[in-house]
Design a protein around this ligand. Structure first.
Ligand code: FAD
Length: 575
């Protein structure tokens, strides 16, 4: 890793590997250098900052791609005390960085991998490159902690003459500048309700065409990285969470937690009940896209299958790759359009695009509302009239987290999340509704736990969905009737049985409501309540809960003491 002193690595790129690069070191230093600071856009295909760098390279600049592993987003605790990133996502991240490095190597470039704070490591890198001027290109982020790092870097760059940070929009389906809203004023006129947003963007905007992927030699490295007697260590991507932990330990940093023991199969390794063996990186993302569209035609039945909970095929599973930007939503869109032309266009093919618009909605919603999406009272804030203190009952929350509430659908989903880092959209909606509207617990506890666990954690999508689930956006509140949802979406109880084996012999309809079993039934099915399976926690009475989450509750029914600052606004304290 590059930290402190820059040192020589044995394996490095030789100039011969970068043939066809029309530049000399003197030209290069005159034209300056571009640092591609990859963040949540770990891909070469359809990537605005990579494309821009290739253009600048044609003007004679050289290009240094880098990634900074920032432990403030990994093992550091959130303000709730939970480590920000669990082992599943950390491992997916390392695989994605590794793949990006391979992609860059294949076109004669490389990826410098650093462990530390971007605002410290990037200025050091600039110094070692000794270029006449440096432009750092990075993709814009929309949430407070990520923006705080950008600002910290901007401040640090004041000490590096002739260097500047340039932010570019990336990673949404619709480009921010194309929106029919006032982008210069943080989209203040954007609707807070999804349907009008969707209708307006579909009416008024076009999805931009994918950008070309850079070809061989199009991102020429600077001489300091090319020559054999150079001084810069390009760094090695830690091959595993254990390897990263060893580096973090050396730096006196907290380490990433271990994966949970596999209590289902007695095997080491991933839980075989998981929906998919997620592997990070652009290569795998493109494979998944090909599989879901062209190899299996699953795209053509997405609308019918999307509410499933078992296996890899019921939904796209694009989310983990989208979250780290291993694939661009515009690439997915473009491929769907090709599929519609060549195979079939139907409600299902449209519906994946519809879901990608939801994803956009949350990004733009976060941009518009800033830290309010983390506030106890959400964006409704002081407009609330019935503000109450959220409960933070530790025992109840523990039961929710560990899947021991005695409510089988909730327990099955929470156990899946803990064991694999993934949960279906159907599951997420149910467990979120249960936490907030049935248990009356602080919704931010749920958002914080998901942040740690989800392999597809995305700040805007996660906190946006949670603040909506808590009914704190001024729109409708969806309360899910857990028993009805079990009957509708797990009619044979297969999903519950998969994750709650103690209910294995309990048939429907009792499997949805095991507390209704008589003593004889409990013995017959080998599941004594309170012994083999937990007694159900008592849920609060909330009037009018609907089975399909269609009930409208106005401005939300629960609230919390409003905080002056959001949970992420104290980010600088880690410094
Ligand atoms: P598909 O059903 O195949 O959908 C295709 C893509 O559309 C997804 O990959 C995703 O990028 C996008 N999408 C679909 N639904 C939503 C949605 N409601 N909000 C935003 N994007 C959506 N999604 C995340 O990517 N990261 C999160 O951290 C996250 N946290 C969530 C928390 C809660 C409480 C809830 C209710 C939902 C959350 N979601 C999150 C949204 C959704 O559940 C996941 O995107 C989806 O389950 C991922 O599986 P998939 O890729 O197979 O999705």
């Amino acid at each position: 890793m590059l930290s402190g002193k820059l040192k020589l690595l044995p394996a490095r790129l030789s100039p011969s590997k970068i043939t066809g690069v029309a530049m000399s070191s003197s030209t290069t230093s005159q034209q300056g250098t571009v640092i591609i600071w990859f963040r949540n856009d770990l891909r070469l295909k359809d990537n605005p900052i990579v494309h821009e760098s290739a253009k600048l390279a044609q003007e004679g600049m050289n290009v240094t791609p880098c990634y900074v592993i920032d432990n403030r987003f990994l093992a550091h605790p959130s303000t709730w005390g939970t480590p920000k990133c669990g082992p599943f996502r950390a491992s997916f991240l390392l695989q994605s960085i590794m793949d990006l490095k391979k992609q860059l190597n294949a076109i004669g470039s490389d990826l410098i991998v650093l462990v530390g704070k971007p605002e410290v490591e990037i200025p050091k890198l600039i110094q070692s490159l000794q270029s006449s001027s440096t432009t750092i290109l990075t993709a814009s982020e929309v949430t407070s902690e990520e923006i705080a790092v950008e600002n910290n870097l901007k401040t640090a760059l004041k000490l590096s003459p002739n260097s500047k940070l340039k932010l570019m929009w990336s990673n949404t389906l619709y480009h921010k500048d194309d929106l029919p809203y006032n982008a210069s004023q943080e989209l203040r006129d954007m609707s807070d309700v999804f349907t009008p947003f969707k209708q307006k963007v579909e009416d008024k905007c076009q999805v931009r065409r994918p950008l070309p992927t850079p070809g061989p030699s199009s991102l020429p490295l600077p001489p300091e990285l090319m020559s054999s007697n150079d001084k810069i260590d390009v760094g090695k991507v830690p091959g595993s969470v254990e390897e990263l932990n060893a580096i973090l330990t050396n730096q006196g940093e907290p380490v990433i937690e271990s994966p949970p023991p596999d209590n289902n199969s007695n095997q080491n390794g991933p839980d075989p009940r998981g929906v998919l063996l997620f592997k990070g990186g652009e290569t795998e993302a493109l494979k998944r896209l090909k599989y879901y569209l062209w190899d299996s035609d699953l795209l053509s039945t997405y609308f019918e299958t999307r509410n499933g909970m078992i296996g890899g095929d019921y939904s796209t599973k694009f989310a983990p790759w989208l979250a780290l930007g291993c694939i661009a939503p515009t690439t997915i869109y473009d491929e769907i359009k090709k599929y519609e032309q060549q195979r079939t266009a139907n409600k299902s093919t449209y519906w994946v695009i519809f879901e990608l618009i939801w994803r956009d909605f949350f990004k733009f919603f976060a941009l518009k509302h800033g830290s309010k999406i983390f506030h106890s009272n959400g964006i409704v804030g002081n407009r609330r009239t019935n503000i109450k203190q959220w409960s933070q009952d530790a025992l109840l929350f523990q039961k929710w987290k560990t899947g021991t509430t005695g409510w089988p659908l909730v327990d099955a989903n929470m156990r899946e999340l803990a064991a694999t880092g993934f949960m279906s959209n159907r599951g997420r909606q149910n467990v979120a509704s249960f936490l907030v509207l049935d248990l009356g617990l602080d919704w931010r506890l749920g958002g914080d736990y998901f942040e740690n666990k989800l392999i597809d954690y995305d700040v805007a999508s996660n906190w946006g969905n949670w603040v909506f689930a808590a009914g704190l956006t001024g729109g409708r509140v969806n309360k899910f009737n857990i028993v009805k949802q079990s009957k509708d979406y797990d009619p044979m109880g297969e999903y519950i049985r998969l994750w709650c084996p103690e209910l294995g012999k309990v048939p429907p309809p009792r499997i949805y409501e095991p507390w209704l079993m008589s003593r004889e039934e409990q013995e017959k099915y080998g599941c004594v309540i309170g012994v083999d399976y937990p007694v159900a926690v008592t849920v609060k009475k909330v009037n009018g809960g609907g089975g399909g989450g269609e009930k409208r509750f106005g401005n939300g029914r629960r609230g919390g003491k409003d905080m002056k600052v959001g949970r992420r606004s104290d980010f600088e304290i880690y410094g």
